[in-house]
Design a binder for this molecule. Structure first.
Ligand code: SF4
Length: 389
């Protein structure tokens, strides 16, 4: 069992995670595509699931030596659509190839309507320890507007079944600020989510991505999300989570002590992780790489014995320092200032952000003190002229 005696926002935990190694596995299958979603997903292709599992196992076998792994995350798409046997087979391949650190965290995303006691039991038996449920809202009108297939009652049922099966950590993902949502509805959603007995809450604003059904509907005259309303709902989420004893440790993530997501800590800390599956992004040896997005191309390549990587970027010098700052400033623990942080504090943008109370120097660290305005700090970092050493 993974236990962190540290608070989720403790700088010691944030810095420790930078040395962890992890793996991400992308599972693209969904029952149908939600109108706001621009992830790499496929709907109506469940016939490819067995081939996909075998391809991911083959891709893992092609990987260079790495690990052992502290954190494994299955994201998507809807990973639970592979069932416990498919996910367990991939996890076994990862464990055999790289090894798992004792107490490592193995996390998957799932949708409430797919969750069953048998699935929960099978996943725990296979080694999964953390569940992240795509709850999004407890308001049936909002769920309908978001194109979700579950009912509010499915969420609490799924959490209970996961707990009874033995999942150690459970997160609910919520979406704030959709046009169908009111202040009262959002408050009820927060209260219901915190009442479920989860130890982690992620609250993300609805965004309108190009090429989605939502963006087409808005262009045709449907209402879109209002940034001011979303800012207010974000503040309400901060207050509700804190009131329930959850600690904000990243812009949109809250957890009780010991329940911070290990894979998220690793990625925000600049740790290394291998990536498998369609569109999966990895980070290793100073290189960021990504796989082909289309499932047919992915299967063709792997089944032909070739790695499915479609691009890579070497992150060195000033780019590496900027990335360290941008990722690290998302965390409540902030980031060790270093050369880039000192340059930021000395820059006109940096001074303006400090005066506005957005940025603050705390000992040798730099933190974002007003998380709602964290994007301004990130923009200032990206515009920072740094020597490319
Ligand atoms: S369930 Fe999640 S990944 Fe699948 S289409 Fe909906 S938002 Fe996208």
């Amino acid at each position: 069992m993974r236990t962190d005696p540290l608070r989720p926002d403790d700088p010691v935990l944030a810095d420790r995670a930078a040395g962890w190694r992890g793996a991400y596995v992308h599972i693209p299958f969904c029952r149908r595509v939600c109108p706001y979603c621009d992830f790499a997903v496929v709907a109506g292709r469940d016939d490819l699931r067995d081939r996909y599992v075998e391809a991911v196992v083959a891709e893992i076998a092609m990987a260079e030596p790495f690990g052992p792994l502290q954190a494994v995350a299955f994201g998507g798409g809807t990973p639970s659509r592979l069932g416990a046997s498919g996910l367990g087979r991939i996890l076994e391949a990862l464990a055999n190839r790289f090894g798992l650190v004792g107490g490592s965290e193995v996390s998957l995303e799932a949708n409430p309507e797919d969750w069953t006691p048998a699935l929960a039991g099978g996943l725990v038996a296979a080694g999964f320890t953390r569940l992240s449920l795509g709850a999004q809202s407890f308001d049936p009108v909002v769920l309908g507007d978001l194109g979700r297939l579950h009912r509010p009652a499915d969420i609490g049922r799924a959490v209970g079944e996961a707990r009874r099966a033995g999942f150690e950590r459970i997160n609910l993902d919520l979406i704030l600020g959709s046009p169908a949502e009111s202040d009262a509805s959002w408050d009820r959603t927060l209260a219901a989510a915190l009442d479920c007995g989860v130890d982690h809450l992620s609250t993300y604003a609805l965004t309108v991505e190009r090429g989605t059904a939502l963006s087409r509907a808005i262009r045709a005259g449907a209402p879109g999300p209002d940034p001011d309303v979303q800012a207010d709902r974000y503040e309400r989420a901060l207050a509700a989570a804190a009131g329930a004893g959850l600690v904000r440790y990243e812009t949109s993530n809250h957890a009780v002590p010991g329940a911070a997501c290990a894979y998220n800590l690793l990625t925000w800390g600049g740790g290394e992780y291998e990536a498998f599956g369609t569109a999966a992004h990895g980070h290793r040896d100073g290189v960021r790489y990504w796989n082909v997005r289309r499932i047919d191309r992915y299967l063709e390549r792997v089944e032909a014995g070739r790695r499915p990587e479609s691009g890579r970027e070497v992150i060195v010098g000033a780019d590496r320092e900027r990335e360290r700052l941008v990722l690290g400033l998302r965390r409540a623990a902030g980031v060790i200032a270093g050369s880039g942080g000192r340059a930021l504090l000395a820059s006109p943008d940096g001074r303006r952000l400090v005066e506005a109370g957005v940025l603050a120097a705390r000992g040798d660290r730099l933190v974002v003190a007003r998380p709602l305005l964290g994007d301004e700090a990130a923009r200032a970092v990206l515009a920072l002229p740094l020597p490319d050493c």
